[in-house]
Design a protein around this ligand. Structure first.
Ligand SMILES: Nc1ncnc2c1ncn2[C@@H]1O[C@H](COP(=O)(O)OP(=O)(O)O)[C@@H](O)[C@H]1O
Ligand SMILES: [Mg+2]
Length: 376
């Protein structure tokens, strides 16, 4: 009994530390699910955060291999007993889920669940997620004690989620945030350049009668700046439209984008890519978008003399690295930008791990996207 209590304390304090740490929300949720599963002695456990479209913004599981996860297919919808938990917000303890009239069914590759314990995750009166455990190893099904333990983990999950405000975001950035980002990008990239174009053009006009040679230099400057503004605008437009990766492929599209973006900022960008396994469109888009954002950051903030974008295949993973040799930044400080959070969300949507290392010698963004064996 004492040993048992020690284990409970140990797991719970690990979770508390994780919640208070700088770990990504997904990592924290993963830890919560893992500890919850271990403590209630379940074969499977999962934690879901609903989005506005009837699916889940996050759905982390424990007890299922990545391969089986991939076989199961897309994230569940908010129906069946998951829907009941989210709507009614009351604990569910069921001996045999398939006998329950509210049972909805699951994909062919889904593990066969019998007894389940489900707890809503609440923030105030709002239901922001759910956590459940299934298939208790010991006979007799889940107990009252299991219920209390899982409630404790649900409370920690609520804190982690509230901190991250993930439940407000959904899978993609909201329209408003996206607009704000665009407005700022257009301002930074284009509006400032056009302002200088106007100033230079005026100066040139005044110089024509007095000093035609300098006027010509100024006019050349106007042409240069206009060219840069044009390229920046194109990069913004590129970022707006969903990338069409079917034409150039992921590597081809990334290469042309990187070359263009590098030219715009006058920084050489090197792209290296190994042989990649075939990827589904979602993974490709995530890789492309995260590369794009990391590269834009390197070009706009780092004052780097060079940037490297690398795509390589490792064991059942595709790894993206974007490295610059610039000024670096404090990755533990809160940043106002939307780029880094959107990178994290995109990575999470592909179950990828994203790490950012930064020091005075530069920044390296690394994302490892798991690729299920056998198919894409
Ligand atoms: N490669 C980098 N080098 C230096 N600073 C960076 C780099 N990437 C990000 N940053 C810092 O992090 C901040 C937040 O980045 P981000 O969320 O993409 O927002 P934004 O690019 O719109 O400012 C940047 O404003 C910058 O200060
Ligand atoms: Mg950015």
């Amino acid at each position: 009994m004492a040993a048992d209590q020690d284990e409970v304390l140990d797991q719970v304090s690990q979770v508390v530390l994780a919640v208070a740490s700088q770990l990504s929300v997904r990592d924290v949720l993963q830890m919560i699910v893992r500890s919850a599963r271990a403590l209630v002695g379940a074969r499977y456990a999962a934690l879901g955060v609903p989005d506005d479209s009837g699916s889940f913004a996050e759905f982390v599981t424990d007890g299922i291999s990545a391969r089986q996860q991939a076989k199961i297919g897309p994230l569940p919808r908010q129906h069946g007993l998951l829907g009941v938990l989210l709507r009614e917000g009351a604990t569910l303890r069921i001996c045999d889920i398939k006998q329950d009239p509210r049972f909805w069914g699951w994909p062919a590759a889904h593990p066969d669940l019998t007894d389940v314990l489900g707890i809503p995750i609440k923030h105030g009166s709002q239901i922001i997620g759910l956590i459940f455990a299934a298939n208790k190893r010991a006979p007799g099904g889940f107990t009252e004690r299991d219920e209390r333990l899982l409630e404790l983990f649900a409370a920690h999950a609520a804190i982690a989620l509230t901190n991250a405000r993930l439940y407000e975001r959904g899978r993609e950035l909201s329209v408003l945030e996206e607009r704000a980002r665009l407005a700022r990008e257009l301002h930074d990239a284009v509006s400032q350049k056009l302002f200088s174009v106007r100033a230079k053009a005026r100066a040139a006009a005044m110089l024509v009668p007095r000093d035609p040679d300098r006027a010509i230099t100024e006019i050349d400057g106007v042409a240069d700046l206009a060219g840069q503004a044009h390229a920046e605008l194109r990069a913004v437009i590129d970022g707006l439209a969903p990338p069409d990766l079917s034409v150039g492929g992921l590597v081809g599209s990334l290469r042309s984008y990187a070359v263009l973006a590098g030219k715009t900022h006058g920084v050489p960008v090197q792209v290296c890519a190994g042989e990649l396994p075939p990827l589904d469109p979602h993974r490709e888009t995530v890789l492309y978008r995260v590369a794009q954002e990391a590269l834009q950051n390197a070009l706009r903030h780092a004052r780097a003399s060079r940037v490297c974008v690398c795509l390589t295949a490792a064991r059942r993973q595709v790894v993206l690295e974007v490295a610059d040799d610039g000024a670096g930044f404090d990755t533990s400080a809160q940043q106002d930008g939307l780029g880094l959070p959107s990178m994290r969300e995109r990575a999470a949507s592909a179950a990828a791990t994203l790490t950012i290392e930064s020091s005075g010698r530069g920044t390296k963004v690394r994302m490892a996207v798991p690729v299920p064996a056998g198919r894409s």
